[in-house]
Design a protein around this ligand. Structure first.
Ligand code: SF4
Length: 435
């Protein structure tokens, strides 16, 4: 992938900040950095060595394979950057790091200060998240805290990937944007200790350190790949329930309990709720039966699109609609294999899904598609920046139209406050709670 022409990338960014002046500039910058990825100078990576590293908490979320990294970036970059100031007077904006050596965005050091450059234009000062004190604690297995219970979102979220594989890969029917199993293999090949299945005991031990030493984290996400034929002799809902039960029995209500799992029937949702789950993320990934079948063939075969969304709707009776927050992968509907080529048509299509859920009080949110080379879709050009501007505009407009509440479990909303780092949906909400 050739580098964008000097200045052209900044010009494009500036044009979009103006074109979408009804949205915060922070949101446009964040989406552009997420869609194009980041590269780091050696000086910036040397500084990053003293800060929280990228922990590869589930997928690779990189635009390049580890084997092709020339400077061991996978061991040297931070989890997130926070950028502020510059020509757009950015309020502090937290952005997840996706390595791309061909990106126009470069984290560098100028005059002794970390900064974000878009080609030669300095977009503002950069800071990295400190290493949380509990990261230095030792565990009885010898594993690292960052492997067992990493934190994201500037320390707000503990991310517990207890099963680092997905059984949809067994029949090559994985979601076409997903590299979870192949990332597991590449991390192991690269020598990283990467735990396939984390035990409840080791999770509790890690959380014990966080409970004792940390006040930043307010929520945890429990997740892992889908379980179709059983794991350790139990079905998916039983597998994930055991962790929630153990955590909530040991640390009752200590953090907001969230889980990313499949769309279950009401009875299984009730089990999750009884275990202590508060926020339910049954991710539908992409809107519409046709795209769902093409992009999520496993989910389509096992559950089906109509059943999936119907189950999501019915789960609101268990968790309350405001606590059902299914994710979609923003931009994957513009893939070149089976997607839209026109951003306006793509967003119009995706907005049908927003209406379907939001009219029921359920709030879908999105992560920004990262075309990982090990995913079935393979390397892809990023969707245009205008797509993300249109999507954010539509998402916020529908959110306001249906009078939804600020979602729980994401920290404070608004530019300068938002910590959700893989899309700007929280950045475009108003700062105040009431609206
Ligand atoms: S269900 Fe889809 S997105 Fe989730 S881990 Fe499996 S393949 Fe990946």
């Amino acid at each position: 992938m050739p580098r964008a022409q000097p200045i052209k990338a900044f010009q494009e960014l500036q044009d979009h900040v103006q074109l979408f002046c009804d949205l915060p500039a922070e949101a446009i910058v964040k989406q552009d950095v997420l869609r194009l990825g980041l590269r780091f100078s050696d000086a910036a990576m040397t500084i990053a060595a003293g800060f929280k590293p990228k922990d590869y908490f589930i997928f690779s979320f990189d635009l390049i394979e580890i084997k092709d990294m020339q400077a061991d970036e996978h061991l040297r970059v931070p989890e997130e950057i926070k950028v502020s100031g510059g020509p757009f007077s950015l309020k502090p904006t937290v952005i997840s790091v996706r390595i791309n050596p061909h990106s126009p965005y470069l984290v560098d050091v100028q005059d002794g200060q970390l900064c974000l450059l878009n080609d030669d234009v300095n977009l503002g000062e950069v800071t990295f998240h400190p290493i949380p004190p509990f990261y230095h604690e030792s565990l009885s297995t010898g594993k690292k805290m960052g492997e067992l219970a990493p934190v994201l979102e500037w320390g707000y979220l503990i991310y517990l990937t207890v099963y680092r594989m997905c059984q949809y890969f067994n029949r090559e029917e994985q979601c076409q944007f997903c590299d979870i199993n192949r990332n597991f293999i590449q991390q192991r090949k690269a020598g990283k200790p990467y735990t396939g299945i984390k035990s409840a005991d080791e999770i509790l031990e890690a959380l014990g350190h966080i409970d004792r030493m940390d006040q930043e984290a307010k929520a945890y996400t429990l997740t892992g790949g889908s379980i179709i034929t059983g794991l350790q002799g139990v079905a998916e809902v039983d597998f994930y329930c055991q962790y929630i039960e153990a955590i909530e029995a040991t640390f009752p209500g200590r953090w907001i309990a969230k889980a990313v799992v499949q769309a279950f029937e009401v009875g299984d949702c009730q089990r999750l709720k009884q275990a202590g789950l508060q926020i339910y993320h049954p991710n539908y990934e992409v809107w519409g039966d046709e795209l769902f079948r093409a992009i999520c063939p496993g989910k389509a075969r096992v559950i089906g699109f109509q059943s999936w969304i119907q189950r999501v709707a019915e789960s609101a009776s268990v968790f309350g609609p405001e606590n059902v927050i299914p994710n979609f992968v923003g931009g994957v509907e513009m893939n070149r294999v089976c997607g839209f080529s026109d951003p306006e048509r793509a967003v119009a299509h995706t907005t049908e899904g927003l209406d379907w859920f939001m009219s029921r009080g359920i709030m879908p949110r999105f992560t920004t598609w990262c075309p990982e080379p090990l995913a079935a879709l393979g390397p892809h050009p990023a969707p245009p920046l205008s797509y993300y501007g249109l999507l954010l505009r539509s998402w916020r407009e529908r959110f306001m139209h249906y009078g939804l509440r600020i979602p729980p479990g994401y920290g404070s909303p608004g530019a300068g406050n938002a910590v959700f780092s893989v899309s700007a949906f929280m950045d475009v909400l108003p700062c105040e709670e009431a609206h």
